[in-house]
Design a protein around this ligand. Sequence first.
Ligand code: AHM
Ligand code: MG
Length: 344
Amino acid sequence: MSAGEIGTTVTQHLLSQQAEHGGATGAFTRLINELILAAKIINREVNKAGLAEILGLTGNDNVQGEQVRKLDDFANDVVTRRLFHSGHICALGSEEEPVPMNVPDGYRSGNYIVLFDPLDGSSNIDANIPIGTIFSILRKRSDTPAGKYDESDILQPGYMQVAAGYFLYGSSTMMVYTTGTGVSGFTLDPSIGDFLLSHPNIKMPSPGNIFSANMGNWDYWEPATKHYLNHLRSPMGAKPAYSLRYVGSLVSDFHRTLLYGGVFLYPADSRDPKKPTGKLRLLYECAPLAFIAEQAGGVASTGRERIMDIEPEKLHQRVPLIIGSREEVTLAEQFYAGRLGEKT
Ligand code: AHM
Ligand code: MG
């Protein structure tokens, strides 16, 4: 087989993009390569998840007799170690860690901050439902000494992201990312162990015909959310009502929305008065997906504000998320602005 038939690997794609758009130092490519390696390791473990209790019978338990660890802890460790290993990190922030992580002693440091959700949707693992890793890459902006950071480096609005992406561990394993020049999707070919370009220049169709939300939360939603969803689920003239699809795994629900169009929402709800802001986290769930959505021609909003414009207040901040095709998300904003309501 010739090299042409094998296709473009993610590293080749990254290098050619950097050559086109300039500013490449190699540091960024090394960082992404460490993320890719982490994802391959996580993917291997996710694929064996159902075997955890019978690994002993297949002779695959580890020789030290270590207990099988929770996959989200494992994923957190793998991403953290690989990224620090790159030598280009100034700080890391993870959904699994209460505070940002410093570069450990003995490691080289650099100018990048990566905020990530190591295994999003992990409550779905036991049912063999797709899950994912989400990442957001920022550049250090404080003038703190090398290897140090301050809050302003972590709490950057989405529009400051250098790159963002996710890995989807599903029926096939995919990587989708943007550096601000469109969105590219790659599929892992297990026979060669590399991600190959399978979805060049992804554009989100608009309008779509699918909406995605946890309808079990209906009674906790504000009227604007209910009016908007009632609108989508009513036939509109010649247009049939929207279909409902909800996996409950953000990367999967977003990935479908990216490819098929429509809208995913996790709006504010009144269930927990301490969390009136929805469930999803701004810095490592909403902002990176918002960057991808916008680069694919879509929109990401809280209903009242562009996600990418929010000035973060804390690492684990939650915000309402309405993300998807331009037509559906801008329609939602009309409902939240009170320009459309119950009878429309
Ligand atoms: P997690 O980070 O603890 O996995 O939670 C985030 C997940 C998302 O993947 C998904 O969109 C959402 O929680 C589903 O929440 P719910 O079960 O309330 O519908
Ligand atoms: Mg998550």
